[in-house]
Write a protein that binds this ligand. Structure first.
Ligand SMILES: Nc1ncnc2c1ncn2[C@@H]1O[C@H](COP(=O)(O)OP(=O)(O)OP(=O)(O)O)[C@@H](O)[C@H]1O
Ligand SMILES: [Mg+2]
Length: 235
């Protein structure tokens, strides 16, 4: 049994068939990358898995449990956490307040424990805990969005383009942190346009083109695949 098992998923926006018969699996402990160009359907897939969007057909299983029709609010309690595209931190709340919101499923003592863990992983967030989140730099906001998602101690973290809009230095830092999160036992499903970076840290990857998975395999193989190199790695 895979930790996450998505089978024959079809998602529509009105008449637009955005996701077509998509199937993929994530095993516990893996880093899985879902790569694809603008509009390929990456965000749609994450939103369907976390139940922000409903699918027309297909199923989503998490730890052997069918969550295809589970209410969106139950997802975090099951052990999934989502770092949304474009960070989406609450700009008018402090760093500390944003982090606390990520722990709404946990007790006061657990929240304090998580907070110390997140501050350890992101010292910059502790330094800036009273700062209004809207005044953080883009990279700091990405750290906050990741920190907030980690506050619930997820079994799996779903990240939507964490490198978007960041300087190369910050991109490296974010990817290092993703590797640390993985090493500490959290399973990672990573959606990225930055295929090179994503493939460099992933165990396996799926390549999405106009709503369909056109290729999948070990990241170490895909990074040498001629078609992938041409289309996604700029080589
Ligand atoms: N709310 C919506 N209404 C109608 N069409 C939508 C909606 N959201 C997304 N789409 C369409 O669905 C397709 C997939 O979009 P999605 O946002 O999942 O792509 P993506 O791979 O995440 O792209 P990006 O890398 O630009 O974030 C696109 O053609 C997009 O225009
Ligand atoms: Mg997207």
């Amino acid at each position: 049994m895979s930790m996450l098992e998505v089978t024959d998923l079809n998602v529509y926006y009105g008449m637009i068939h955005a996701i077509r018969d998509v199937s993929f699996t994530v095993e516990q402990g893996e880093v899985i990358a879902l790569i694809g160009a603008n509009g390929a359907g990456k965000t749609t897939i994450l939103h369907t898995v976390t139940r922000l969007l409903a699918s027309k057909s297909g199923s989503v299983q998490f730890e052997g449990k069918d969550i295809t029709h589970a209410p969106a609010h139950s997802i975090v309690r099951l052990g999934m956490s989502h770092v949304p595209e474009g960070r989406r931190v609450f700009a008018d709340l402090s760093v500390y307040e944003n982090l606390k919101l990520g722990a709404y499923t946990r007790s006061k003592a657990e929240t304090e424990e998580s907070l110390q863990d997140v501050y350890k992983r992101f010292p910059r967030l502790e330094e800036r805990k009273s700062q209004l989140s809207g005044t953080l730099s883009g990279g700091e906001q990405q750290m906050l969005a990741m920190g907030r998602a980690l506050m619930s101690r997820p079994k799996i973290i779903l990240m939507d383009e964490p490198s978007m809009g960041l300087s190369p230095l910050f991109v490296n830092e974010i990817f290092n942190i993703i590797q640390e999160v993985s090493a500490s036992g959290t399973t990672v499903l990573l959606v990225e346009q930055n295929a090179k970076k994503a493939l460099s840290i992933a165990d396996r990857a799926y390549v999405l083109e106009t709503g369909k998975i056109i290729k999948s395999g070990a990241a170490s193989d895909l990074i040498h695949d001629e078609d992938i190199k041409k289309a996604y790695l700029g080589e």
